[in-house]
Design a protein around this ligand. Structure first.
Ligand SMILES: *[C@@H]1O[C@H](CO)[C@@H](O)[C@H](O)[C@H]1NC(C)=O
Ligand SMILES: *[C@@H]1O[C@H](CO)[C@@H](O)[C@H](O)[C@H]1NC(C)=O
Ligand SMILES: *[C@@H]1O[C@H](CO)[C@@H](O)[C@H](O)[C@H]1NC(C)=O
Ligand SMILES: *[C@@H]1O[C@H](CO)[C@@H](O)[C@H](O)[C@H]1NC(C)=O
Ligand SMILES: *[C@@H]1O[C@H](CO)[C@@H](O)[C@H](O)[C@H]1NC(C)=O
Ligand SMILES: *[C@@H]1O[C@H](CO)[C@@H](O)[C@H](O)[C@H]1NC(C)=O
Ligand SMILES: *[C@@H]1O[C@H](CO)[C@@H](O)[C@H](O)[C@H]1NC(C)=O
Ligand SMILES: *[C@@H]1O[C@H](CO)[C@@H](O)[C@H](O)[C@H]1NC(C)=O
Ligand SMILES: *[C@@H]1O[C@H](CO)[C@@H](O)[C@H](O)[C@H]1NC(C)=O
Ligand SMILES: *[C@@H]1O[C@H](CO)[C@@H](O)[C@H](O)[C@H]1NC(C)=O
Ligand SMILES: *[C@@H]1O[C@H](CO)[C@@H](O)[C@H](O)[C@H]1NC(C)=O
Length: 440
């Protein structure tokens, strides 16, 4: 017969931050699993938390949480919403801890003597604002620049002075710069209206990055190269790939999409769309032939060893050693340590497209913040999804899900960037405009 020791104790978690102060009392049952298989049960939310404490805090910050279980073997934290309690049941399961919010228990339950009590107070100063529900943007966008029908804005970038740059894949075939507070953009790379392959032309420019010295890097997708424009020159130098030659060789690219740089701007990482791989190049390169494969490159598949039309990419080594990559073709987001043979899926369901909160449909641009909250442009759903760190449930922060040109809508959104105040900029491709969403 299976025997188990069941301990009960009370835990009081108090969460403090300048704006928020909440607390919850949890009754803790060790080696107990709570399950709710009944049809009447509301669906639970499963997140991964590295510690029991994080799991408890998640219950605190998930306003409807009444019961939470933590499995210390796989770090799975399952949050059950309101009204779950009376429908579920408890079973013995080693390594699982069930915690019940005292606020949902009857007074009589509180006074039974079957458990001992103790109280713990936890104060965490660095609380993820996403989990507190404090990370919001005004969903009414502001058009900071539009040019119809020629502007087809894809990748966007904001420099340290707040100037916004955007790659224009349309007949303009250039990169634009819009100074802070300005309404008039100027061309900073390419020749307006002249699509082509020479050093002053671009061919479906997809993304732009500007380094601290003011050098402009452009992913020149249909020329299979990355062009670097220095010293305000309109003559670009190919520093990755070979102009007009695509292929799987390490010195070639096959439609480079979005770019990301490390903090020292020593390396750039390129989403090499049609080769299903991420390539790394030195930013001081003067030829296109010193590429290093750092992720994927194993053909196309929805498995953790492959990428599936990688499009968006972000890297911030001060926060994580991993690249975060959108699989446009695979409807998923992966994190991948450069050079590793496989990555981990962190958002979306590999190979499954859809429009509910756990699914994506052709994700493109991606960014993450210091808490590892993810921001993903969900292109075919015409929305921007935010995933709080380690959470697979997305929250829509821009676009209402229906393609359109009103201020609350997007049409074929692609690139994403944030300024130093976390205002968000979106390349609203199909609407021939760049939208700004103010941080609230
Ligand atoms: C309680 O557990 C039993 C046995 O595992 C299961 O058959 C039943 O469906 C559970 N009841 C509810 C309400 O979840
Ligand atoms: C959002 O932006 C709209 C338009 O600029 C403005 O009218 C509204 O007050 C803003 N909402 C909030 C909550 O700031
Ligand atoms: C932009 O406008 C804000 C407020 O109007 C002002 O404080 C700021 O100095 C301006 N910045 C630039 C670069 O002109
Ligand atoms: C915008 O810039 C162009 C040149 O780039 C100039 O001809 C035009 O007058 C400017 N418009 C405004 C409103 O500043
Ligand atoms: C590129 O081609 C365009 C159009 O033919 C031409 O005007 C321009 O001078 C060329 N640029 C260079 C650097 O050759
Ligand atoms: C840009 O200008 C600086 C300073 O004049 C010079 O040292 C550098 O070589 C120039 N870079 C290019 C690519 O011409
Ligand atoms: C190069 O690109 C063209 C056009 O996208 C494509 O048809 C061809 O298969 C590519 N070649 C290689 C070697 O990938
Ligand atoms: C380019 O950068 C790398 C890494 O910082 C460095 O080792 C190399 O010397 C640099 N090359 C040139 C030509 O400056
Ligand atoms: C990749 O997936 C396989 C099963 O498909 C799994 O065994 C392996 O642990 C996964 N690797 C990582 C890094 O998650
Ligand atoms: C989203 O849809 C998929 C597929 O139908 C389903 O498995 C998943 O549970 C849904 N997610 C939510 C949050 O409803
Ligand atoms: C999005 O907004 C548009 C314009 O107001 C409206 O017609 C459409 O029904 C909205 N879509 C959803 C899903 O609410």
């Amino acid at each position: 017969m299976l025997t188990t020791e069941v301990y009960f104790l009370f835990l009081l978690i108090t969460q403090g931050s300048s704006q928020d102060y909440r607390s919850i009392r949890l009754k803790i049952e060790i080696n107990t699993k709570y399950e709710c298989n009944h049809l009447s049960c509301a669906s639970s939310m499963i997140i991964l938390t590295s510690t029991l404490r994080q799991c408890q805090i998640s219950c605190l910050t998930y306003s409807h949480c009444t019961v939470v279980t933590f499995n210390s073997l796989n770090n799975q934290c399952e949050l059950f919403p309101k009204n779950s309690l009376e429908d579920g049941n408890y079973t013995v399961q080693i390594n699982t801890i069930t915690m019940i919010s005292m606020d949902n228990l009857q007074e009589s339950t509180l006074t039974t003597e079957s458990f001992t009590t103790s109280t713990t107070t936890v104060t965490t100063t660095q609380m993820n604002p996403c989990e507190l529900g404090n990370l919001r943007w005004n969903t009414t966008g502001i058009t900071i620049f539009s040019l119809s029908p020629s502007l087809i804005a894809s990748g966007v970038f904001v420099d340290l002075n707040g100037a916004v740059y955007f790659a224009d894949e349309g007949i303009d075939s250039v990169v634009w710069k819009l100074d802070k507070n300005s309404t008039n953009a100027t061309v900073v790379a390419g020749t307006l209206g002249s699509r082509g392959t020479n050093s002053s032309q671009l061919n479906f420019p997809n993304d732009v990055y500007v380094d601290r010295l003011g050098n402009i890097y452009v992913s020149d997708c249909a020329n299979y190269r990355i062009q670097k424009f220095s010293n305000k020159s309109n003559i670009g130098v190919t520093i990755a790939g070979i102009s007009e030659l695509n292929g799987s060789e390490l010195n070639r690219l096959n439609c480079p999409r979005y770019l990301t740089f490390d903090a020292t701007e020593t390396y750039m990482f390129i989403a090499d769309d049609a080769q299903h791989r991420i390539m790394r190049y030195l930013t001081n390169a003067t030829t296109g032939d010193n590429g290093v494969l750092v992720a994927g490159g194993n053909g196309v598949a929805n498995q953790n060893t492959s990428l599936n039309i990688p499009w968006g990419i972000h890297y911030m080594p001060s926060v994580s050693n991993d690249l975060f990559i959108t699989n446009y073709g695979g409807h998923s987001v992966m994190r991948w340590t450069p050079g590793a043979s496989s990555g981990i899926f962190v958002a979306g369901v590999p190979g499954v497209s859809g429009s509910n909160s756990t699914l994506l449909n052709n994700p493109m641009g991606i960014k993450f913040d210091a808490y590892l909250n993810l921001y993903v442009v969900d292109n075919y759903n015409h929305r921007v999804q935010m995933f709080c760190a380690n959470n697979r449930v997305g929250i829509t922060i821009a676009g209402n899900g229906t393609m359109g040109d009103t201020s609350i809508q997007l049409n074929d959104p692609r690139g994403i960037a944030f300024d130093s105040n976390m205002n968000m900029y979106i390349g609203d491709y199909g609407n021939h405009r760049v939208q700004k969403f103010m941080k609230l």
